[in-house]
Design a protein around this ligand. Structure first.
Ligand SMILES: Nc1nc2c(c(=O)[nH]1)N[C@H]1C(S)=C(S)[C@@H](COP(=O)(O)OP(=O)(O)OC[C@H]3O[C@@H](n4cnc5c(=O)[nH]c(N)nc54)[C@H](O)[C@@H]3O)O[C@H]1N2
Ligand SMILES: Nc1nc2c(c(=O)[nH]1)N[C@H]1C(S)=C(S)[C@@H](COP(=O)(O)OP(=O)(O)OC[C@H]3O[C@@H](n4cnc5c(=O)[nH]c(N)nc54)[C@H](O)[C@@H]3O)O[C@H]1N2
Ligand SMILES: [Mo]
Length: 780
């Protein structure tokens, strides 16, 4: 591969990488997370995408004031440093954008879509960056080149042919910038619908729905500096070493200054156990590491509400005992009285929950629950972080609310080092929602749109992800447009959903890379290739920057700095404006000026959200950007009651299908080398899995009970909806340190086991972290 390290200009059409062999091998990984393993992995990621020179320059500019925002995760950047923050998975995300491999018209001429569809998701994305707009040609079963103008007119023709604008769905994946997301919602609302299924609907929707009822805002309340001031950190259902690696800096620093860290996770994730910082010379040279979790709680899959109620039960008991003994109170009674409602009901609910039930459902010992509760009580200020392990459950919204309850008990808001920290996924998923990607827009927001743009937007609510899938299945939806993402692969109920998507009249993918969504296409289909975060974006008025909002509500600018892989690419903004001009020639909105100068889009965002985005264009020029207003930080509660609310989760069990005695609870997880549906390599180093993803992690006793030998192929059968047989097969069983009754396998390979109905009724988040299944040897 030596010649691959040259610059991009010597690009030749290349033979597509071949399909990797199936089957995984296992080799326990003894090293800490991070460390030399991470440095080697970074070098490999760059080399494999053939971008050593260009890539290292780009990496040095990533997350710097003048550079671009890492397209990897939504963890914030340290405000005051300009030193390069190392992150292995950020390097992978960028190297995947910068790859020298290109998908050209010759590539599409070489394969029919039927042939392409036989390849894996891994293979499809490995082919490299998309380079020009393509349309599906039914007669030849090939994607063929199409001009941008014809593509936009195709979109317009299909949208005009609908009986109602509500027959189209407009998906957003969370890499879209604030500018493109804002224009996208404007275009779609001007067209006439609020159908905005969004990746957030499968991700932190439980947070966005649960927290406003609890504390009046659907976002986190901490800033990076709070991690320096906190006395204890809880990390629930989140794997930062893989999915938000820059968070490891905060965890490592906290641990080194003696702050206890509690990890609640069915799997012992290496980075939550010990971590070596690649920037720390001594750790690197001495092969030493920093312990991260001081208490590691291996909860059963789906047992988090039970653990949280257990901790709260202990806290309440400790409070009563303290009072009886004449000791200082454990609860923050003045805070509870002044700032909250519903405490009495919560106490009743916790008292009515028996220890037997708590221990049975959580799978955790009473001793460990007590230890965690003591850490909570002894800390003056506590931060609780959480991720998909908490939200992607049938009771996800309520689980998030129990986290808020626990924090409220000791007034852990509105002071340094305290608060709630949902760790978002995609790098701008939070910003997209802030600027209007919302299927349930508020009347206030719609009024602001009307004032700023002079049209009355549709008032009725639109589709979330689950609603849009149901509409496709029922034939009520006919057009799908995806602003980024890989809807066909990321969503539940793979077979049924994909069959429905094939019946659509038009599917449009605005993407950087080829993926499953382009294979699962409607009768007509378009691939509209766009610039990526790291690419230079030049429009009529010159080089443009975009803005993003991170997990801690910091908004800042990002400007790409490498030459795009092809001159035929357009920015997301330009593509949206092109579709809008073709579809809505008389909209009264000057799309061209927005496309020419993104400052004008930001002026309009400010006009629609005058309080949040005051002086928007001026403030993003300050390095580090600015923080959006956050009520709970100032003890302001924008709930219906005007107070923070303790909220009850009735019972502990999350769903009855698991009552089947043979049932196991499947959680679907990410490997270290994947970004959602993008598979970087087939390895999962920290979990000791190499060269394959068809793996099911099982407790050895659960395997023995079922006479499943290590490495034998098993099939998983979903128990959720007995009417339809949903099964996936060919998984190698791998004995693993996981609680009995719980099993884990990778997403999206397992999405077919999850019926659409298997979601949290409150937030409609698919319950991807808790699917009742049977695991059995494959027949024959
Ligand atoms: N490199 C990389 N970075 C990413 C992503 C990626 O795929 N790759 N994805 C991005 C996106 S969109 C998101 S949303 C985030 C996802 O980041 P995370 O929130 O970390 O998501 P997961 O890896 O799916 O699951 C997190 C953890 O939940 C645990 N878990 C599973 N079931 C349960 C349970 O019932 N209870 C508890 N307590 N824990 C459980 C798993 O063992 C796992 O360690 O990361 C973002 N960043
Ligand atoms: N079973 C199960 N299912 C899950 C999950 C789970 O944990 N388990 N997690 C859920 C979660 S948290 C999420 S967020 C969703 C993810 O769902 P999506 O966001 O829909 O999926 P991604 O895999 O992130 O999308 C990858 C594609 O995005 C495109 N892309 C990359 N960068 C850009 C860009 O800058 N602009 C544009 N326009 N396109 C770009 C590329 O073409 C790439 O193929 O999956 C959900 N599904
Ligand atoms: Mo996500």
């Amino acid at each position: 591969m030596a010649d691959d390290t040259k610059s991009a200009s010597d690009d030749k059409p290349r033979v597509p990488v071949s399909e990797p062999p199936a089957g995984a091998v296992f080799e326990p990984y003894e090293s800490p997370a991070g460390g030399w393993g991470a440095l080697h992995a970074t070098a490999n990621a760059l080399r494999e995408q053939s971008i050593v020179l260009k890539g290292s320059k780009a990496l040095l500019s990533m997350n710097q004031p003048e550079g671009f925002d890492c397209p990897g995760c939504a963890w914030p950047d340290p405000k005051h440093t300009s030193s390069f923050e190392f992150c292995e998975n950020g390097a992978k995300a960028v190297s995947f954008e910068l790859t020298k491999r290109h998908v050209t018209r010759e590539f599409f001429a070489a394969y029919t879509v039927t042939e392409l569809a036989k390849h894996s998701d891994y293979w499809l994305e490995e082919q490299g960056r998309l380079t020009e707009p393509m349309r599906y040609d039914e007669a030849t079963d090939h994607y063929v080149p199409v001009s941008w103008q014809q593509a936009f007119e195709t979109v317009a023709r299909h949208l005009h042919a609908l009986e109602s604008p509500d027959q189209a769905d407009f998906y957003t994946s969370g890499r879209a910038s604030n500018e493109s997301a804002f224009l996208y919602q404007l275009f779609v609302r001007r067209f006439g619908t609020n159908n905005f299924p969004d990746c957030s609907n499968m991700c932190h929707e439980a947070t966005s729905v649960g927290l406003p009822e609890s504390i009046g805002i659907g976002k986190g309340t901490v800033l990076l500096e709070d991690f320096e001031a906190t006395d204890a950190i809880f990390v629930i259902g989140q794997n930062p070493g893989t999915n938000s690696p820059r968070m490891m800096t905060e965890l490592r620093n906290a641990s080194r200054r003696g702050a206890p860290i509690v990890a609640i996770n069915p799997l012992r994730e290496r980075a939550l156990e010990r971590f070596a910082a690649p920037q720390a010379p001594i750790e690197m040279v001495t092969f030493s590491a920093t312990r991260i979790a001081s208490e590691y709680c291996q909860v059963s899959v789906g047992g988090d509400v039970a653990v949280l109620k257990g901790i709260m039960k202990f806290v309440l008991n400790a409070h009563d005992e303290a009072l009886a003994a004449g000791d200082p109170p454990v609860l923050d009674l003045p805070f509870i009285q002044k700032h909250t409602l519903g405490f009495g009901e919560l106490v009743k609910d916790i008292q009515n929950t028996s220890w037997d039930d708590i221990l049975r459902v959580s799978g955790v010992s009473r001793g460990q629950i007590e230890r965690m509760a003591r850490i909570y009580i002894q800390a003056k200020s506590v931060i609780i972080c959480f991720g998909m392990g908490l939200t992607q459950h049938r009771r996800g919204t309520e689980a998030v609310q129990q986290v808020a309850n626990l924090l409220l008990m000791r007034g852990n808001f509105g002071r340094p080092g305290a608060g709630i920290c949902p760790v978002r996924g995609h790098s701008n998923v939070q910003g997209d929602r802030t600027v209007g990607i919302d299927e349930k827009p508020s009347a206030e927001f719609l009024g602001q749109i009307e004032k700023a743009f002079g049209f009355r937007p549709p008032q009725h609510h639109g589709h979330s992800v689950v609603d849009s899938l149901q509409a496709m299945i029922d034939g009520r939806s006919k057009v799908f447009v995806g602003l980024g993402g890989n809807f066909a692969a990321a969503t539940p109920d793979t077979e049924i959903v994909q069959a429905a998507m094939r019946r659509l009249s038009l599917t449009v993918g605005i993407n950087t890379k080829l993926n499953r969504g382009h294979m699962v296409h409607g009768r007509e289909a378009l691939i509209l290739p766009c610039l990526a975060r790291s690419d230079i974006d030049t429009q009529a008025t010159g080089r443009q920057s975009i803005t993003v909002e991170d997990s801690m509500s910091m908004v800042h600018a990002s400007a790409g700095l490498v030459e795009p892989p092809s001159a035929s690419l357009k920015s997301e903004v330009a593509i949206i404006c092109g579709m809008a001009r073709a579809t809505l020639p008389d909209s009264g909105i000057d799309w061209r000026t927005f496309e020419d100068d993104y400052n004008l889009i930001r002026d309009k965002i400010e006009e629609v959200f005058p309080h949040l985005f005051t002086e928007f264009n001026a403030r993003i020029r300050v390095p580090g950007g600015f923080h959006l207003y956050n009520g709970p930080r100032e003890l302001v509660w924008k709930t219906q009651t005007g107070r923070a609310n303790f909220l009850i989760c009735d019972g502990l069990a999350e769903d009855p299908a698991a009552q089947n005695p043979a049932a196991l609870r499947l959680t679907t997880i990410r490997s270290h080398d994947q970004y959602n549906t993008t598979i970087y390599t087939l390895n999962d180093r920290y979990r000791g899995v190499f060269e394959g993803r068809m793996v099911v992690f099982m407790n050895a006793e659960d395997m023995a009970d079922r006479r499943i030998e290590p490495n034998t192929p098993v099939e998983l059968v979903s128990l959720v909806d007995p009417q339809v047989r949903r099964t996936v097969s060919g998984f190698k069983a791998h004995p693993y340190n996981i609680p009995r009754g719980s099993i884990a396998a990778y997403y999206p390979e397992t999405n077919g086991l999850m019926p659409l109905s298997h979601h949290d009724p409150k937030s409609k988040t698919p319950s991807a972290k808790s699917i009742p299944v049977i695991a059995q040897l494959m027949a024959g």
